[in-house]
Unconditional design. Structure first.
Length: 253
């Protein structure tokens, strides 16, 4: 422990010899070197801090730029998604519309096919009916032609006789408006009016004769009896005479 020396008054102070401190060796602590090293360390530290600050600023700016780019990309992608969604909706609506049109077309095609099948069936039926009708017409034409030939053959031999009965029975022969009918008109059947006429239409479309219409009206049973006799012997004169007799009786009645 260091001793404390009390100073004495100057009047009593005696010159002393060299002190102990003066005899101590000088010690160099290297403060200048330490100060220089600390200054260099401080400069390096400050440079490090500055570089770190710059790097942090750069990284923060880069981060902000990256965030901005990401936000922009996100906005663009969101816009692309909205456009894609709109296109998807439009496409779905188009598909739905086309599906509806397809169903409608299929229904129309089915209806047209049904109508076509029905028309084909009707056409085939009409063809069959036409063919049957044509066969009937051909058969009737053949029968009429044969009958006409027969009548013509008979008429060549019976013209004088027919003329005789036409004159005798006060009769004239007319067309009835159809190829297979003849109209026989009598006069002098009514004693009160010799000009009064009576007539009947004879149908010749078949082998047996048939009376379709007559004036005045006659009883069908009596007409049938006359036709029955005529169709048995095939003598037209018998029909002409029998019908005249029926008209005369009808006029008297």
């Amino acid at each position: 422990m260091a001793s404390v020396f009390e100073p004495r008054s100057s009047t009593n102070r005696q010159p002393l010899g060299p002190s102990m401190a003066d005899t101590l060796p000088s010690i160099d602590f290297g403060f200048d070197e330490l100060r220089d090293r600390m200054a260099k360390f401080t400069a390096k530290f400050d440079a490090f801090i500055e570089q770190g600050r710059k790097r942090v600023l750069e990284e923060r700016n880069q981060f902000r730029m990256n965030v901005a780019e990401l936000q922009e990309d996100q906005r663009m992608k969101k816009k692309d998604i909205e456009i894609l969604q709109l296109k998807t909706n439009t496409h779905q609506q188009t598909i739905a519309k086309e599906a509806a049109e397809t169903r409608e077309m299929q229904t129309s095609i089915a209806t047209l096919q049904s109508q076509y099948d029905s028309q084909v069936s009707v056409r085939d039926s009409l063809k069959a009916q036409i063919a049957a009708t044509q066969r009937e017409i051909d058969a009737k034409l053949a029968a009429q032609a044969a009958h006409a030939k027969k009548v013509e053959a008979q008429s060549r031999f019976n013209v004088p006789e027919l003329d005789f009965w036409v004159t005798t029975l006060c009769l004239r022969i007319e067309g009835a408006g159809q190829t297979d009918r003849l109209k026989f008109v009598y006069t002098h059947v009514d004693e009160k009016d010799w000009e009064r006429e009576a007539w009947f239409e004879l149908c010749t479309d078949s082998r047996d004769y048939d009376v379709k219409h007559c004036r005045p009206k006659l009883e069908r049973e009596r007409v049938e009896k006359v036709l029955e006799r005529v169709n048995e012997n095939r003598e037209l004169v018998g029909l002409l005479k029998g019908m005249r007799e029926l008209f005369v009786e009808a006029m008297k009645a």
